[in-house]
Design a binder for this molecule. Sequence first.
Ligand code: MRU
Length: 347
Amino acid sequence: MIPTLQWTPSGVRFLDQTRLPLEELYVLATTYEDVADIIRDMIVRGAPAIGVSAAMGVALGVSKIKADSIDAMRPELAVICKTLAETRPTAVNLFWAIERMRLRFDELSRQPGINVPKLKAGLIYEAQQMYEEDIDACRTMGSYGAGLMPDEGSVLTHCNAGALATCGYGTALGVIRTAVLRGHNLHVYADETRPYLQGARLTAWELLQDGIQTTVICDNMSASLMRQGKIQAVIVGADRIAANGDVANKVGTYGVAVLAKEHGIPFYVAAPWSTVDLDTATGDGIPIEQRSAREITHFNGKQLTPHGALIENPAFDVTPAAYVKAIITERGVLRAPYPEALLKMRG
Ligand code: MRU
């Protein structure tokens, strides 16, 4: 299991994903502000990992509050939650996790015999529960999704929806991992995923550690590989799934979905239920993060574009539900029509 993040007595320890694949360095967050910076700067990234990181950030922040009553802690709790919620707008797991911690604070505060130390310990336990649940959910998604992978062939993935984007097993890459463990003979094409190169740097790194044959391609190459019949399936993760089944994921995913449809290749999404946002009716309602132009104008500090060139850098795009063959969750596999399937799975 790749230690994407870990709760430790001295803070939250993160594997610094900005230094991968060539350096394996860890950073220790000792305050909730550190956790917020680590999420914003993408030292940790990927929707489920962002969610659990925020939960650990809330637990860490609350553990440091100097108060002799639970009510006296509430103003600082609000500041902690607001700071973490303002880090990145698209991955709904972030808001799901913060709300879960806030609700747990309220539940604990109403328990008979509760006091400040017990409440602090209760929140740390809750964050660690979310960590364990993420790993279980990814393994369960692996089981549900493995059978959808070709017995033999190549699977394309975009961005990194693996151990590094979760608490250690991965959503889309968890499905690939489980399929390989079950004997499927799979090769993976990993889109490099400009501008942050999550595919070239992170997906290739973690799949190679598993001995899963992986080929890194530029994002503009999958079309011709599909036309040559070299890709049998596509599987990606998600940052938010709207109530109608539209899926937000790393920018470039929509293009891959259109190509897959054009070539008759199944396009799958793997994501935990915490990525489903039934309060957002369609993909048009999903906030898309705009990141700094420098991610495009520079590479490793070297300027690539001429001065004065205009830049757009949306970090995510939306794939309409019509392009999605199935959504694999830990609750089971969803198929169209998604509005009904999602409501039924919500229960
Ligand atoms: O900007 P990032 O690296 O956080 O974007 C990550 C993605 O788009 C992933 O595909 C998504 O979060 C799913 S992770 C299991």
